[in-house]
Design a protein around this ligand. Structure first.
Ligand code: NDP
Length: 290
């Protein structure tokens, strides 16, 4: 059996179409063009590429996209002042601080992320948004796990009543993924580095999400025949090659459906950032009305 390949580019284009329609709606009904400001500190090459892609996609979609580049040596107070100004700017609906921050201010990452107005927190990392997700209130949801859910919906893969297993419990992927799957009535198990008999647990999954950060960690012995595999991992091996957390070549013979890396979940993440920017603009509009 060879698995159905879940093509991230195809589903990302669907999300972008929906988002463009929502932008047109906001412009028509409220005269509002959603604005996204990405703040990047320093010269980290990988971060520069991520930010350039976000900016380009924003512009292509008709979002007011802006990048603020701050020097490597910028201090915490200066960065907080930039965020405070963006929080007040009515033309900025989404604020994203590209992580990781340089070493000398890394210890303030939480404080800096928490200084973003939760209504403008398009990464969905603010404790207010994390809390809203946990209790099922409307808020801004982290882009990568939300992209995984949107992919399942667009691919007509049912979640309700299924056994789902998430490997990884980070605040940006694993935990929000757990809440999203639970809210859609899956029975969810979250695994991590201290989980015992991991393969026994993962073999029960109808839907298996891998968010570990270890190349080709998930092997065919860990997969139930016919399972849906969402591979969140992005691992650089050697100079140019990127592989996921799943051994794609081997697992595709066992799985029912699988996302490739590259070209799977990663592509959806940027599309979901644009979705979140529009969502943020809608929420801010609602707040002004009520
Ligand atoms: P973290 O390092 O924050 O979390 C990794 C998780 O994997 C931890 O919970 C850890 O457990 C668990 N883990 C590590 N080793 C094992 C093991 N041997 N068995 C079981 N669990 C294990 O990573 P992130 O969640 O930030 O990212 C995960 C991957 O997803 C990375 O490759 C990252 O690059 C990628 N990523 C991709 C994105 C995209 O756009 N597609 C966006 C964000 C991330 P413990 O908690 O016990 O340490």
């Amino acid at each position: 059996m060879s698995a159905r390949i879940l093509d991230g580019k195809f589903y990302a284009s669907k999300i972008k179409e929906e988002t463009k329609a929502a932008i047109a709606n906001l412009q028509h009904n409220y005269g509002v063009t959603p604005g996204l400001t990405v703040v990047i500190v320093g010269e980290d090459p990988a971060s520069q590429i991520y930010v350039a892609n976000k900016h380009k996609t924003g512009l292509e979609m008709g979002i007011g996209s802006e990048v603020i580049r701050l020097p490597e040596a910028v201090g915490k107070e200066e960065l907080l002042a930039v965020i405070a100004r963006l929080n007040q700017d009515v033309n900025v609906h989404g604020i994203l601080v590209q992580l990781p921050l340089p070493q000398h201010i890394k210890q303030y990452e939480t404080e800096i992320v928490n200084s973003i107005d939760p209504l403008k927190d398009v990464d969905g990392f603010h404790p207010v948004n994390a809390g809203k997700l946990a209790i099922g209130e409307e808020g801004l949801v982290p882009c990568t796990p939300n992209g995984c859910i949107r992919l399942l919906e667009l691919a007509d893969i049912p979640v309700e009543g299924k056994r789902a297993v998430v490997i990884g419990r980070s605040n940006i992927v694993g935990k929000p993924m757990f809440h999203l799957l639970l809210a859609r009535h899956a029975t969810v198990t979250v695994c991590h580095s201290r989980t015992q008999n991991l393969a026994e647990v993962t073999r029960e999954a109808d839907i298996l999400v891998a968010a570990i950060g270890k190349p080709k960690f998930v092997t065919p012995e860990m997969v139930k025949p016919g399972a849906v595999i969402l591979d969140v991992g992005i691992n650089r091996v050697g100079e140019r090659k990127i592989v996921g957390d799943v051994d794609f070549e081997a697992v595709q013979d066992v799985a029912g459906a699988i996302t490739p890396v590259p070209g799977g979940v990663g592509v959806l993440t940027i599309a979901m950032l644009m979705h979140n920017t529009v969502r943020a603009a809608q929420l801010q509009q609602k707040k002004m009305i009520y």
